[in-house]
Design a protein around this ligand. Sequence first.
Ligand code: ADP
Ligand code: MG
Length: 214
Amino acid sequence: MQFEDLNLDKRLMKTIEHLGFQQPTEIQQSAIPVACAGKDLLASSKTGSGKTLAFLLPALQRMFRAKPFSRRDPRVVILAPTRELAKQVFGQLRQLISATPYKAALILGGENFNDQAKAFRKDPIFVVATPGRLADHLEHRHLSLDGLEMLIMDEADRMLDLGFAPQLKAINEAASHRKRQTLMFSATLDHHQVNDIAGDMLTDPKRVAIGYAN
Ligand code: ADP
Ligand code: MG
């Protein structure tokens, strides 16, 4: 399969070309069509297999196809377990949106809370965050997730191992309207907490596991 076969927006194809990627990885081939069809997804594949683009490309695609934005709330929230991982995702997102008018905010634990509150007032469409800090801002009503269209969890197993289940549930509840799409990525799907939280947060998800015995 080639990137051309994924029916991505011309602008995304240009960026992919610019990044020098020849072919979608296996997880990208499986996840992108499901996510671009608007379905919920529970996916796993090993480290280094290209999971970041497997969720960023569908998120961008959805924004390109969206109606002009009426609400000022974030439309896509991406959660990652650690500051470092969130920064990596944000770096890739920045490359992908560099030629678009879309704004993105990076909201990490350990940084200035008031500066972050100001960042929300710039109405970013994308928010990349660690779960604890995003939950704190929701509690302080620094942002609303009423207009959220996509909730993406990267390394969900690790977020749960770090004890973020209550924060994930709070974020889920703050964004619990019907049209939201949820994508959950995990190194393993064989993790009882991942299955529990997926049951709470995903609607009839497609399960994709690459590179395991089954
Ligand atoms: P994972 O999250 O699965 O550990 P990443 O998304 O961090 O993997 O990707 C690992 C590396 O592979 C990154 O350097 C990324 O730029 C690169 N990469 C992603 N997709 C492709 C592709 N289709 N072709 C070549 N390299 C890719
Ligand atoms: Mg990753």
